[in-house]
Design a protein around this ligand. Structure first.
Ligand SMILES: *[C@@H]1O[C@H](CO)[C@@H](O)[C@H](O)[C@H]1NC(C)=O
Ligand SMILES: *[C@@H]1O[C@H](CO)[C@@H](O)[C@H](O)[C@H]1NC(C)=O
Ligand SMILES: *[C@@H]1O[C@H](CO)[C@@H](O)[C@H](O)[C@H]1NC(C)=O
Length: 492
């Protein structure tokens, strides 16, 4: 009965997602298709949690937790041995499924995160509040800056780079005289690494989305998340000279966080924050919080972490909307329906949405974009009006997500911000990459995904040497040796 209920729950969450994100329609249909093919794995009921062979291939296995199957890929060209239940070398692997091999219990009993305990949660390491809306350091909203976080998802390339340059036009400045800054959550396919190096050398924050932007990642296992996140960070190092220590943020594709798995990878591999969790429309916006405690709002995606991850920051996506929901509500601004508006109306819409933050608790106003926004002139022009207006306000700062978190861990008043070093731009930060070359190498590379039987060509630009093949999951260096990568957590 419990299992039946669980299935119903998952279906209704899935349906809700299909309805609420129209951008996801395409891949909701794709999901349905695999289900009709009858390929969906079901966890055996009697044996409990553990690892199970994938009937389709020895390269993969399922990790069952509380009746839910998470798909895992064996690392580094290894194969799943259905007797030992681990990945091992091909000649030692006994491919499954082999009948009557009970799975060992691999998961400890679920230790769920508990509600925020104020007396046990102190800055700079921990931040929580009852409903997530409290201002850090108990400061008064009149005394603190209004932070705006401009974030851009996906590949950076000729389709969007000139538009981004117009946003960061070197004329728009914060009250401390520094150019406004943003954060880029990079995905690999079709990215131009010379352009990404330019953004990084200009002081913008580079974070990772994933290598492949695959859908359904929220149901996959640890190795898959490591390959996507850590692999993306490696590619940025090789092709844009961005040091690993600078890439500390993560956003899950389609805002579908990977339950506890993704956050374990964040913890193990030295990331500092995630920004994938959507907050349903709320009267008062939610501030970023650490995941020491239960998340202080409803989980919109249905795949939020449930355990405690002490010190890992979540920078949630509050819904954008106006009174009477004209234009709908959306986490990404390009998902609201504003394309029938003229620039002045877009500007007013953004102003009203922004005032819910500015006139209340001044939670950071995140403006998450895909390239889509910039392909509609009225939207782009409305944004420019909004940027010109907000940069004229004496308490509004456009900073990177990491700069915002630095402030939150040790909040300062507006008066203290003129000489606030973390937001200063006088001297270049130590690890900022040098400006890119003028002429990048244009690499035409063979692209072979592990699961497909054909070779394609992908183009890539970088100031560094062209790799042998198009970098991909398991081979972030583009060596041409599939499954070459083997990542070891920082903390072992
Ligand atoms: C909150 O933390 C304090 C200090 O560790 C502890 O004494 C108290 O029992 C906790 N409260 C709850 C409700 O867990
Ligand atoms: C990469 O960046 C470092 C500084 O972070 C710099 O010292 C080095 O010269 C750069 N390498 C290249 C090839 O540009
Ligand atoms: C892969 O492609 C080759 C050549 O096009 C073909 O002969 C072979 O049957 C294909 N294999 C699969 C598994 O599709």
């Amino acid at each position: 009965m419990a299992i039946l209920l669980k299935n119903v729950d998952r279906k209704s969450i899935y349906l809700y997602l299909c309805i609420s994100y129209f951008i996801a329609i395409v891949h909701c249909q794709a999901d349905k298709k695999t289900k009709e093919d009858g390929k969906e794995f079901e966890c055996p009921q009697q044996v409990g949690n553990g690892n199970f062979a994938d009937p389709a291939t020895c390269r993969r296995f399922y990790q069952c937790v509380d009746g839910f199957p998470y798909l895992n890929r064996c690392p580094s060209g290894l194969y799943f041995d259905d007797i030992s239940k681990f990945c091992t070398f091909k000649n030692e692997a006994r491919c499954g499924p082999i009948a009557a091999t009970p799975a060992p219990i691999t998961e400890p009993p679920t230790d769920l995160a508990v509600k925020c305990n104020l007396s046990d949660c102190e800055l700079p390491y921990c931040f929580c509040s009852k409903d997530g809306t409290a201002i850090p350091g108990n400061l008064n909203s009149d005394d603190i800056p209004q932070i705006i976080l401009l974030t851009f998802d996906g590949a950076v390339n000729l389709n969007n780079f000139e538009h981004y340059k117009k946003v960061f036009n070197k004329k728009r400045q914060n009250p401390n005289g520094c150019d406004i800054k943003g954060t880029f959550f990079i995905s690999h396919e079709y990215s131009n690494y010379q352009m990404i190096q330019k953004l990084a050398s200009d002081g913008h924050e580079i974070a990772t989305e994933t290598i492949s932007l695959q859908s359904g990642l929220q149901d996959k296992g640890y190795e898959e998340w490591v390959g996507e996140m850590v692999g993306m960070r490696e590619i940025l190092k090789h092709l844009s000279n961005i040091s690993k220590s600078e890439v500390v943020g993560m956003r899950a594709p389609f805002l579908k966080p990977g339950r506890n798995t993704q956050y374990k990878v964040i913890e193990d591999f030295g990331f500092i924050f995630d920004s994938s969790i959507g907050v349903p429309p709320s009267d008062i916006p939610v501030w970023p919080y650490t995941l020491d405690y239960k998340i202080p709002h409803e989980c919109k995606s249905g795949s939020c972490p449930t355990k405690s991850f002490p010190g890992v920051w979540e920078v949630p996506l509050n819904e954008h909307y106006v009174k009477d929901f004209e234009g709908g509500h959306c986490p990404y601004l390009d998902q609201c329906v504003l394309h029938n508006h003229d620039p002045e109306e877009v500007f007013e819409w953004l102003q009203e949405d922004f005032s819910r933050y500015y006139e209340q608790n001044k939670a950071p106003y995140m403006m998450p974009f895909h390239t889509n926004w910039f392909s509609i002139k009225e939207l782009e022009q409305g944004l420019h009006k909004f940027l010109d207006w907000t940069t004229s306000l004496s308490d509004v700062y456009f900073v990177t997500v990491t700069q915002a978190l630095t402030w939150i861990t040790d909040p300062k008043t507006l008066q203290q911000l003129n000489n606030y070093e973390p937001w200063d731009c006088q001297k270049k930060k130590e690890n900022t990459p040098p400006p890119p070359c003028n002429l990048a190498n244009k690499c035409a590379l063979n692209f072979k995904t592990p699961d497909l039987n054909f070779t394609d060509i992908r183009y890539l630009e970088t100031c560094f040497e062209c790799p042998n093949q198009y970098p991909w999951l398991g081979d972030s260096g583009g060596t041409g040796i599939p499954g070459k990568d083997n990542y070891v957590p920082d903390n072992v």
